[in-house]
Design a binder for this molecule. Structure first.
Ligand code: 5RP
Length: 220
């Protein structure tokens, strides 16, 4: 089974978590795209969706799914999104697509975060995937220095601008022993908009697609 087939299986299983008659929070990336395509099949049974990126908004609109601005939404039963890495506590690294700021905003409002992944994303310890950090462009060098002091090797994502007009530093080589502690530390660095660590608000459910089926793992 290919990685894309596994991503699709996890994504389609997430449709079981969608509450009919509600607005659905929708993430970003190739796995989330499979979810969007599946959601199209039940678009008459939901009110609509909020998207965590312009790309997902375009895909949702292409299926005729009604889009809501996050500021119009005060109750979001479910948010469905992928991850670059996820550990046993359901803390994640996200932002491979550079969308972590809007993803974190939608996730913060959602009552349930359903993470959809193929089995390769599950890790013992976060950090092999370079940690994406969205930075205000004028703070790029200052933030890079701070991250070097923390033991990381920041690399600018060349030619990439986020939906918010900012840049991404991908931090290689970080030893993430305490994801929530590091997330709090990164939140305190001036010039960082959002780190790709999702530990304070991790996932509530992981749908992990393996060659033998999709495992549903709840946060303990
Ligand atoms: O955080 C993300 C985008 O910012 C994605 O969820 C993450 O990069 C996983 O992507 P994919 O589903 O394509 O493997």
């Amino acid at each position: 089974m290919t990685q894309d087939e596994l991503k699709q299986q996890a994504a389609l299983r997430a449709l079981d978590h969608v509450i009919e008659g509600s607005i659905v929070g929708v993430g970003t990336g190739s796995t989330a795209n499979f979810f969007i395509d599946g959601l199209a099949g039940m678009k008459d049974r939901i009110i609509g969706a909020v998207a965590s990126s312009e790309a997902s908004a375009r895909r949702l609109a292409g299926h005729g799914i009604r889009l809501f601005d996050m500021n119009e939404v005060d109750d979001l039963p479910v948010y469905v999104d992928g991850a670059d890495e996820i550990d046993a506590s359901l803390a994640m690294i996200k932002g491979g697509g550079g969308a972590q700021t809007r993803e974190k905003i939608v996730a913060a409002v959602a009552r349930k975060f359903v993470c959809i992944c193929d089995a390769s994303k599950k890790v013992e310890r976060l950090g092999r995937f370079p940690l994406p950090i969205e930075v205000i462009p004028m703070a790029r060098a200052q933030v890079a220095r701070q991250l070097t002091l923390l033991g990381g090797r920041p690399v600018l994502r060349e030619g990439f601008v986020t939906d918010n007009g900012n840049q991404i530093l991908d931090i290689h080589g970080l030893d993430i022993a305490d994801p929530a502690g590091l997330e709090i530390q990164l939140d305190g660095i001036v010039g960082i908009v959002t780190s790709g660590l999702f530990a304070k608000r991790g996932a509530d459910v992981l749908l992990l697609a393996t060659p033998t089926g999709v495992q549903s793992i709840e946060r303990s």
